[in-house]
Ligand binder design. Structure first.
Ligand code: NAG
Length: 207
């Protein structure tokens, strides 16, 4: 395992600036949406910015997050293009595995967006658009965070397809960033829903 990691790291040019830029853009995105969404939840930052409409504000955030994702993917592709490929990864089998991984990752992302809708996918809960009940069907019966793991799989797939150890390393970074993001997000969203349950219970008592 250690020698395998060594072997991979030997194929990473750490002095390429694009590698650092890619790592930063990977970390920036969840940082950005969490800071902005919490400001929305506490101070209605985006709703005020968008002239008082929470729905328009949420769609605005969705479009921004989506665009940032495209930029991040582009920067990642540019970064790994400047990195060496490893001969052991440059086989048709690895390419085939990469294609399957890419497809599976995108199935997770697309079906998750499909079942949650735009506001459900892009932090609508912070704007007051709560789901009536928890979505438990596919892909949520396979993984709790299909968006994150689907996206991670796409990164790994791209790295493998082009045979780039640096891409694998950046994928590990994506994974770490998402694990941290989930630790930060999950309790907060759980709190938003717990608050609604309390309000519902209080409402029932009054009736
Ligand atoms: C998840 O749910 C889908 C139907 O929505 C079902 O076909 C599938 O077998 C389920 N998978 C698991 C692992 O439970």
């Amino acid at each position: 395992m250690a020698s395998f990691v060594n072997e991979l790291v030997n194929y990473v040019y750490f002095d390429k600036q694009s590698l650092l830029v890619s790592a930063c853009s990977i970390a920036f995105n969840p940082l950005f949406w969490n800071i902005v969404a919490r400001q929305e939840y506490r101070n209605k930052l985006l709703t005020n910015l968008f002239g008082g409409s929470s729905r328009v504000a949420c769609y605005g955030l969705a479009a921004t997050i989506f665009s940032l994702g495209i930029v991040r993917d582009l920067v990642f592709k540019i970064a790994i293009a400047e990195q060496p490929s490893h001969p052991l990864l440059e086989t048709p089998y690895v390419k085939a595995a990469a294609a399957v991984l890419f497809l599976a990752g995108n199935v997770l992302v697309v079906t998750s967006t499909w079942s949650l809708g735009i506001t459900g996918t892009f932090l609508g809960d912070y704007f007051g658009f709560l789901m009536d009940e928890m979505v438990t069907g596919f892909p949520f019966n396979v993984t709790g965070a299909p968006m994150y793991w689907g996206s991670t799989m796409s990164f790994l797939a791209t790295a493998l397809y082009f045979g780039k150890p640096a891409g694998i390393l950046l994928t590990v970074w994506v994974y770490i960033v998402y694990v941290i993001a989930l630790r930060y997000e999950d309790p907060f969203t759980a709190g938003i829903y717990a608050k609604r349950e309390q309000e519902r219970a209080a409402g029932k008592k009054q009736n």
